[in-house]
Design a protein around this ligand. Structure first.
Ligand code: COA
Length: 217
């Protein structure tokens, strides 16, 4: 058996971290990812092994000193935290893996940035661009020609119709729908189950069907 080319660290040992660890192991087992799973980087006293996860803790994020074979992937759910952690890791010279679960569909005409996670049963359509550290979670659908900004999180079962442009650090909640060509401003949130027919300004919360706007608290 050949030695894997990369050593993969998962940043964040919470529930999403344990999901991402499982997705990475699936990708390795399917032969889609030539990696060895090393463990979690996390600043808390999380204990994923007590919850049945085989991966060990590898220490706090700022103590990480990447070796040439190391790659990291951020498994934290809050978009602004994803962006901040990415900046800390970039500052120490870390390189990022892109993780696509074997059961996801990503068009060969789509573009995925470093650190992107595409979870099982998610779809990313042709000419879509998913920027660095964004997450397309389970069963989410990214339509053709969408742009998903850096560190944004598209939650399970959310659907973005074609040509939607989400700027950086956007959260689209579970089962929300964003209709075609709508713009989502940086740092905005779309509440779970909402249906968005109009642009959402930066930093706003869109909630309900049809979604109405309010400021984030
Ligand atoms: C919209 C959201 C951000 C609001 O969170 P919050 O600020 O903690 O708000 P609260 O839970 O205090 O609720 C405030 C009000 O909004 C309502 N509300 C909350 N979420 C709602 C939703 N998704 N749709 C409709 N109404 C909602 C509440 O019923 C409450 O109404 P009230 O003032 O009449 O009692 C949150 O509910 C949400 O939808 N988050 C996304 C969750 C998600 O999908 N995460 C992804 C995980 S991978």
């Amino acid at each position: 058996m050949n030695t894997p080319h990369i050593t993969l660290w998962i940043v964040g040992a919470g529930g999403f971290g344990r999901e991402v660890a499982a997705y990475a192991q699936d990708a390795i087992d399917a032969g889609h990812l030539d990696a060895r799973l090393a463990g979690f980087l996390d600043d808390t006293d999380a204990d994923p092994q007590s919850l049945g996860c085989p991966l060990a803790m590898g220490g706090p994020i700022d103590a990480f000193r990447p070796q040439h074979q190391d790659r990291v992937i951020i498994a934290v759910g809050e978009p602004s935290d994803r962006a901040a952690i990415a900046a800390r890791l970039e500052a120490v010279g870390a390189h990022f893996a892109t993780l696509v679960h074997p059961l996801a569909y990503v068009s060969t005409r789509a573009t995925l940035g470093p650190g992107v996670i595409v979870a099982p049963f998610a779809t990313v359509g042709p000419h879509a661009m998913v920027e660095a550290h964004a997450v397309v979670n389970t069963h989410a659908g990214i339509g053709h020609d969408c742009r998903i900004g850096a560190a944004s999180v598209i939650a399970p079962h959310a659907v973005l119709n074609g040509w939607v442009v989400a700027e950086a650090m956007v959260l689209v909640g579970s089962s929300a729908v964003v209709t075609a060509r709508i713009g989502l401003g940086a740092g905005c949130k779309v509440a779970a189950g909402s249906v968005v027919y109009s642009p959402v300004p930066a930093g706003a919360l869109a909630i309900g069907n049809p979604a109405r706007l309010s400021r984030l608290g």
